[in-house]
Design a protein around this ligand. Structure first.
Ligand code: SAH
Length: 225
C-alpha cells in the first residue's frame, strides 16, 4: 500500500489532463491530486490507475474513469462540510474524493463482497466515510436529509425515496437511462415536481443500478431479505 513518487507523478499528469478536458473546479482537482487511485484497484492494474479509463473491480463492477468522477463531482457543486449521500460505493475511489473535499460522506453499496473490502480500506487510508450495506433505491432515511446525492450507477429513473431525502435547495447528480444513460443534475427548489430544475449533461455509460429483485451473485442471497 505505497504511494510512491512514480504514482504521484502519474497522478499529477492525470490532473493536468483533467484540466485540459475542461474540469475547472480547484476543489475537485485538488482532491483528485491527493487521492491515490491505484490503492483502490488490484495491484495488477497499478500501471493503468492514472489513465483516463474505467477499470474492472470485483463482482463484475467498474471504477469510473477519472474524468467521469471529476465531472460528476464538479456538477455536485459542494461546499465543505456538506452532508453527501453516495449510491454505489464500489471501489471507494469516488467516496475518497468526496472525503478529501471535506464533505461528510454516507455511502451505500449492495454487494457484500465490495462492502466488506472497501469499508476497511477507506478506514485504513483515513477517509472517514460512513459505509452501509444496503439498497441505494431506499437511500438512508435515518440519516436524511442530505445536501447532495450522487448516484454512481445507471438508474432507469429517479428514485423517489432519494428525492425525498434531498434537502430543499439540494442537488442530485444521477446518470439516468438503461444501457446508456444521460448525466442529469436535479436541483430541488421545492417539494412539487414543478420545483425540480432538471439539467442534462450528455451521454454516459455506468453499470446498472439494480433493485432488490436482481440477485447479488450466484452464491449470496438477496440483500435486505
Ligand atoms: N463509485 C464507485 C463506482 C462503482 S460502480 C467507484 O468509484 O468505484 C457502481 C456500484 O454501484 C457497484 O459497486 C454496484 O454494486 C453498485 N450498485 C448498483 N446498484 C445499487 C443499489 N441499488 N444500491 C447500492 N449500490 C448499487
Amino acid at each position: 500500500m505505497q504511494d510512491t513518487f512514480k504514482h504521484q507523478g502519474w497522478r499529477m499528469q492525470m490532473v493536468k489532463q483533467l484540466r485540459e478536458k475542461g474540469i475547472f473546479s480547484d476543489a475537485v482537482l485538488d482532491a483528485m491530486s491527493k487521492v491515490p487511485r491505484h490503492l483502490f484497484l488490484e495491484t495488477a492494474l497499478d500501471y493503468m490507475a492514472y489513465e483516463d479509463k474505467a477499470l474492472p473491480i470485483r463482482c463484475g463492477q467498474t471504477i469510473s474513469q477519472p474524468s467521469t468522477v471529476a465531472f460528476q463531482t464538479e456538477l455536485l457543486d459542494c461546499k465543505a462540510d456538506m452532508k453527501v449521500l453516495e449510491v454505489g460505493t464500489g471501489s471507494g475511489y469516488q467516496t475518497a474524493v468526496l472525503c478529501a473535499m471535506g464533505l461528510r460522506v454516507f455511502s451505500v453499496e449492495r454487494q457484500m463482497e465490495l462492502y466488506d473490502i472497501t469499508k476497511p480500506l477507506l478506514a485504513k487510508l483515513k477517509y472517514r466515510a460512513k459505509c452501509f450495506l444496503g439498497d441505494g433505491y431506499a437511500g438512508l432515511p435515518e440519516y436524511a436529509p442530505f445536501d447532495r446525492i450522487i448516484i454512481t450507477c445507471g438508474a432507469p429513473e429517479v428514485p423517489q425515496a432519494l428525492l425525498d431525502q434531498l434537502k430543499t435547495g439540494g442537488i442530485m447528480v444521477i446518470p439516468i437511462g438503461g444501457k446508456n444513460q444521460e448525466m442529469t443534475r436535479i436541483t430541488k427548489n421545492g417539494d412539487k415536481p414543478e420545483d425540480l430544475l432538471i439539467q442534462h449533461y450528455g451521454d454516459c455509460s455506468f453499470v446498472p443500478m439494480l433493485n432488490k429483485t436482481v440477485p447479488v451473485d450466484r452464491k449470496t442471497k438477496l440483500l435486505n431479505d
